[in-house]
Design a protein around this ligand. Structure first.
Ligand code: SUD
Ligand code: ADP
Length: 465
């Protein structure tokens, strides 16, 4: 069997759940069976894992049929856990499990995590002994970090003596190895155009909320000084790609002699008003500044970002913020913990075209942070223009508007609604009509990029000490 490992897709959720049922059936004669038989993977959770890029699948090279998968979860800023891991029993003994496990651990290390943890069954060869063969060591299960998992076992009737927890430590990545960095999406929680500058650019007021969901950038330092894009992006030649332009800009600004290979895993719809391209650029600026050790400070990185696009500085600074000017005058705002259903109506909405629309309101009344915080400013100046010009976006706004307060992000076409709990958001996302796509994301105070920078720095410091 020739197989390859790739990131799982949402369309594979059912197939992965079926693999889990088959793999679990191996425990039919085992004391854990009653608790395993009663449980199955909640499809929505697996779907969210896939959207977060935390699930990898082994597929048959010839037929693309899924043969096994591994699913990681973030436990805290420095550790990931293996949430689930299964290979079809008929495909055992071909190295599929070992390859999946290696892939997941390699990714965690490249993302700066310091350890992978898991809970498994002590006495079957394909569980604890398999992990031991791949570098995992048993840890004290009375450690408070496992209290939650042990309680869950008790609730599910899992026999306690058969449970073991294991851990594999990871070393920090060197600059000439691939490292991975998040490029989170943003929402505009409101957006008003309050004026126009002599150069034609529009003055706006907005609140950028950074999400825990977005693209992923892989970087590897090159000694030859070249900037090389190692992934394809539909309709965007390498020279115009914001990630290449960001790397060149930082290189020219600092005179750094090093180069970089850059690969982008795109998840954020392009031109959707979620700032995906801007965030990719910001991540390249911030992460290369770490890897090249060029020491550019936060203000100077934001200024470089501004040269690439109005939305870039909020991502380099890495905090949800109130914004004015063309989006570059930023003030951090403290926002309550909220979850969002983000809908992609799958319609391209051109930003420049909307800014030049004659019917656009360009003199909306300016508001204040306290009005926004009091819930008095939730409008988006572009919404009526986008509604009139883009019927699919209007239909998506109407659908979401039947369940919650629907808002356009940026110039659209993506839209969202805000919820007090993740469960409420999931309930609505599940009902999304097939012609659109929906995902659930949490609003962040600090950007996942800022957290990743801290994680990589901690890792390097610990390895040095
Ligand atoms: C309006 C926002 C809100 O987040 O929309 P989205 O792009 O996210 O939908 C952004 O500020 C957009 O930022 P960004 O997408 O980086 O815009 P840029 O590349 O700088 O500009 C694209 C074009 O939009 C127009 N433009 C953009 C920003 C602005 N404040 N006034 C403008 O008139 C200009 O014609 C410019 O050539
Ligand atoms: N790395 C990139 N990712 C996305 N878009 C890019 C990138 N580089 C250049 N672009 C161009 O920037 C445009 C706007 O991208 P994006 O930031 O995704 O949307 P928006 O500004 O609506 O939030 C895209 O349509 C594309 O032509």
């Amino acid at each position: 069997m020739v197989f390859r490992i790739e990131r799982a897709r949402v369309a594979q959720v059912r197939a992965l759940c079926a693999i889990e049922r088959e793999a679990v059936a191996l425990f039919r004669q085992h004391p854990v069976w009653p608790s395993y038989a009663a449980m199955s993977i909640p499809e929505q959770l697996l779907r969210e894992g896939i959207e977060a890029g935390l699930v990898w699948v082994a597929v048959d090279e010839a037929t693309a049929r899924p043969l096994g998968f591994v699913w990681l979860e973030r436990l805290n800023d420095d550790q990931v856990g293996i949430c689930d891991f299964n290979v079809l029993p008929e495909q055992g003994r071909q190295g599929i499990g070992a390859a999946l496990l290696k892939h997941a651990c390699d990714w965690a290390r490249a993302a700066g995590y310091r350890a992978v943890l898991l809970g498994t069954v002590a006495d079957v060869p394909w569980n604890a002994p398999f992990y031991a063969k791949h570098g995992f060591v048993q840890v004290d299960k009375q450690d408070p970090e496992f209290a939650f998992a042990l309680q869950r076992d008790r609730d599910n009737g899992f026999p306690d003596p058969l449970r073991v927890f294991m851990r594999r430590d990871l070393s920090a990545v060197a600059a000439d190895e691939w490292s991975v960095w998040p490029a989170p999406a943003k929402l505009n929680l409101f957006l008003r155009i309050v004026g126009r500058r002599p150069d034609g650019y529009h003055e706006l007021q907005t609140v950028f909320r950074i999400l825990d969901w977005g693209d992923e950038i892989s970087l590897r330092v090159r000694a030859d000084g070249e900037i090389v894009r190692a992934s394809e992006l539909a309709e965007v030649p390498a020279e115009q790609d914001l990630v290449v332009r960001a790397a060149r800009l930082l290189k020219n600004h600092t005179g750094c002699a090093l180069g970089a290979d850059i690969a982008v895993e795109k998840r954020v719809p392009m031109g959707g008003g979620l700032g995906g391209g801007s965030s990719d650029a910001a991540t390249v600026l911030v992460a290369l500044n770490e890897l090249w050790q060029t020491g550019v400070d936060e203000d100077a990185l934001a200024e470089l970002g501004r040269q690439l696009g109005a939305d870039v500085p909020v991502f380099t600074r890495g905090r949800s913020a109130w914004a004015e000017g063309i989006g570059e005058i930023l003030r951090p705002v403290s926002l309550p913990r909220r979850w969002y259903v983000v809908i992609d109506p799958q319609e391209k909405v051109p930003t420049a075209g909307l800014f030049s629309a004659p019917e656009l309101t360009r003199d909306a009344p300016a508001t204040t942070i306290s009005n926004f915080t009091a819930g008095l400013a939730r409008d988006n100046t572009f919404e009526p223009v986008v509604r009139a010009r883009h019927p699919r976006v209007a239909a998506a706004l109407d659908w979401l508007g039947n369940h919650a307060t629907a808002q356009l992000s940026g110039t659209g076409g993506c839209l969202f609604a805000e919820f007090d709990s993740i469960e409420q958001a999931r309930r609505i996302a599940r009902r999304c009509p097939e012609e659109f796509s929906a995902c659930v994301a949490e609003g962040m105070q600090d950007s996942p990029l800022a957290l990743a920078v801290e994680r990589h720095r901690r890792g390097n410091r610990q390895d040095l000490s």
